[in-house]
Design a protein around this ligand. Structure first.
Ligand code: N01
Length: 545
């Protein structure tokens, strides 16, 4: 509730902006655009030197998106009709070029401030506004603060013994710099998630030696990369309106659905036919286009794993690496960790200059001056060690900022024992504060640009409602936050995602409260929740004042 009568006009004139957005990726830029159209005064603060979010910072060799480029863009005709990606799965440089293109159309950079790290933000209950502080000591005030800080941003670096002793080059994939050479060097990669798979594909063919410290094999799926000529580009463009029309109707905000039937109800021949067809299509279709029970029923999931194993083992040319890369017994339910897309990963892993060290059986004991010693006592020497060890996903970027409510309570402390949000957007006790693509939103389970547009669209509409109704303050109720968390737990309880530690459930970070951090109900259901909230005048899970 509001703290009492106040002079709205006087308060507004004291605020530097209606809205401060933090983060210039798809989510932040989309919201900037949508709020500008509604005549809000908005500034977007970005820690790095340009727009593009993680695509501006992720520059390691091989970094590319694993959503088809056709869907990895904004969906309004004004933008897509003038843009073509050159490949089915564009690389990070081409996605940066896309952001340049968007800016050339929409002039977004003019409302962004780059190299502007937000270090703190505090809510002021007397003015119902936020005061943010930057690293340079600048203060900004706004009615509403929106974190569009991304979900895969804050690098996670395990605490290996002796790391500071190592004299070679040590780099996390998120911190890559262009002067790092792979060619003819003795390279180590720790981690085989999406980042690991991509950098291994780049390093293996050119490094002198490549040693991969693998804890869990990646159940990667075929990418089937394609280069597009002009005719292919034109054909893709013709299909875009229909594909975009599907996006809000699918679980992952993409252009295909899970197969309606269940694997358990299909005959072996029917299953094989569908698996063959999905495999041939490539991309995530074998995951998010598979039988509906694949992510829920252990037997259905086991069928999928057996097929995956059969396909992948055909690509493994070194018999000594078969069990390491495609084990007889599934390392975890297929798809419960986010699979990667691979182009020639298994071939690269089978090269003579590539060694796989299974660190579950033979853990990294310590870093030495020259390299890494494993528990078996063997020291391997490297010129370059690459940490592809992932991120403090979902909450890392927000927790890095000292965000406090009016009583001085820190968001980070509030979330330390578990995250409770409403709609993955609002959290009780933090008025006029919201976030996009973050914890308990469909973020990690959905296509990024889809989430940016649909989730961001809901938030922009909400802000417009507040302004139209002269409402200066909102927050979610504690009951709504708890109910949202409970609904997530209920849905995920029936799925296999919870059977393995991953960044979906914070299990990738030792000591982090383990909890499902993606909304697993799918985009259509998520949008229905927003629609219900809207229909109630935003009075179901929110308190307006
Ligand atoms: O991180 P990850 P990522 N000792 O957490 C291992 C997006 N993305 O950066 O599986 C040894 O998936 C860890 O092992 P385990 C995409 O959404 C997309 O690769 O925990 N190993 C795992 O192998 C993706 O899902 C693209 O047993 C350790 C790896 O490090 C998300 O970002 C490209 C370890 C971490 O994998 C994260 O991907 C890149 C330790 N102490 C990223 N600690 C696209 O293609 C961790 N590991 C779009």
């Amino acid at each position: 509730p509001s703290s009492g009568p106040r002079d709205e006009a006087a308060t507004a004139s004291r605020l530097s902006h209606d809205v401060v957005i933090v983060g210039a990726g798809f989510a932040g830029l989309n919201l900037l655009r949508r709020l500008r159209e509604r005549d809000f005064t908005v500034v977007l603060l970005e820690a790095s030197d340009d727009i593009g979010g993680i695509w501006n910072t992720n520059r390691y060799p091989g970094a590319r998106v694993d959503t088809e480029g056709a869907l990895y863009q904004f969906t309004d005709k004004e933008l897509w009709e003038g843009w073509d990606y050159s490949q089915l799965f564009p690389d990070s440089a081409e996605i940066r070029a896309y952001f340049d293109y968007v800016d050339s159309k929409l002039d977004l950079r003019k409302d962004c401030r780059f190299n502007t790290l937000v270090t703190a933000a505090e809510f002021d209950a007397t003015t119902d506004s936020w005061r943010g502080e930057t690293e340079a000591g600048e203060a900004l005030t706004a009615r509403f603060l929106v974190m569009a800080t991304g979900t895969t941003v804050t690098p996670y670096q395990p605490d290996f013994a002796g790391m500071d002793r190592y004299r070679g080059t040590l780099v996390h994939t998120a911190c890559w710099s262009d002067d790092i050479e792979l060619a003819d060097r003795r390279v180590a990669v720790i981690g085989t998630g999406a980042s690991g798979v991509q950098i291994i594909q780049s390093a293996g063919p050119i490094a002198k030696t490549l040693t991969v410290f693998q804890r869990t094999p990646n159940l990667a799926l075929p990418m089937y990369q394609q280069d597009f000529d002009e005719a292919a580009r034109a054909e893709i463009k013709r299909g875009l309106p229909d594909r975009y029309a599907m996006v809000p109707k699918t679980f992952g905000g993409i252009d295909y659905q899970f197969e309606p039937g269940n694997a358990l109800d299909a005959t072996p021949a029917e299953r094989e036919d569908l698996y063959d067809a999905l495999w041939a299509k490539g991309g995530f279709k074998f995951w998010m286009g598979n039988y509906a029970d694949t992510m829920a029923d252990p037997q259905a999931n086991a069928y999928a794993y057996e097929f995956w194993k059969k396909q992948v083992r055909r690509q493994i040319t070194d018999p000594a690496k078969v069990e390491l890369l495609a084990p007889t017994v599934a390392p975890h339910p297929f798809g419960a960790k986010r699979p990667s897309l691979q182009q020639n990963y298994f071939q690269v892993m089978c090269r003579h200059n590539v060694e796989i060290v299974p660190v579950k059986e033979n853990p990294i004991q310590e870093f030495t001056e020259r390299g890494i010693r494993t528990a078996d006592g063997v020291e391997r020497e490297f010129d370059l060690i690459i940490l592809a060890t992932g991120y403090d996903n979902n909450t890392g970027a927000m927790n890095a900022i000292d965000i406090r409510n009016a009583d001085g309570r820190r968001l980070k402390d509030k979330w330390a024992g578990g995250v409770n949000n409403y709609l993955g957007t609002f959290t009780n006790d933090f008025p006029n504060f919201s976030f996009l693509y973050g914890p308990q939103s469909p973020g990690g389970f959905s296509n990024g640009p889809t989430s940016a547009e649909l989730h961001g669209g809901c938030l922009a509409e909400f802000f417009e409602f507040l302004r139209d109704e002269s409402i200066s303050r909102f927050e979610s109720t504690e009951e709504a936050d708890l109910a949202w968390t409970a609904s997530i737990e209920e849905i995920i309880g029936d799925m296999l995602f919870s059977k393995v530690d991953s960044w979906f459930n914070a299990g990738n970070i030792p000591g982090k409260h383990r909890q499902q951090l993606q909304y697993p109900g799918g985009i259509p259901t998520y949008l229905e929740h927003w629609a219900a909230e809207r229909a109630s005048g935003y009075s179901t899970g929110l308190v307006l004042g």
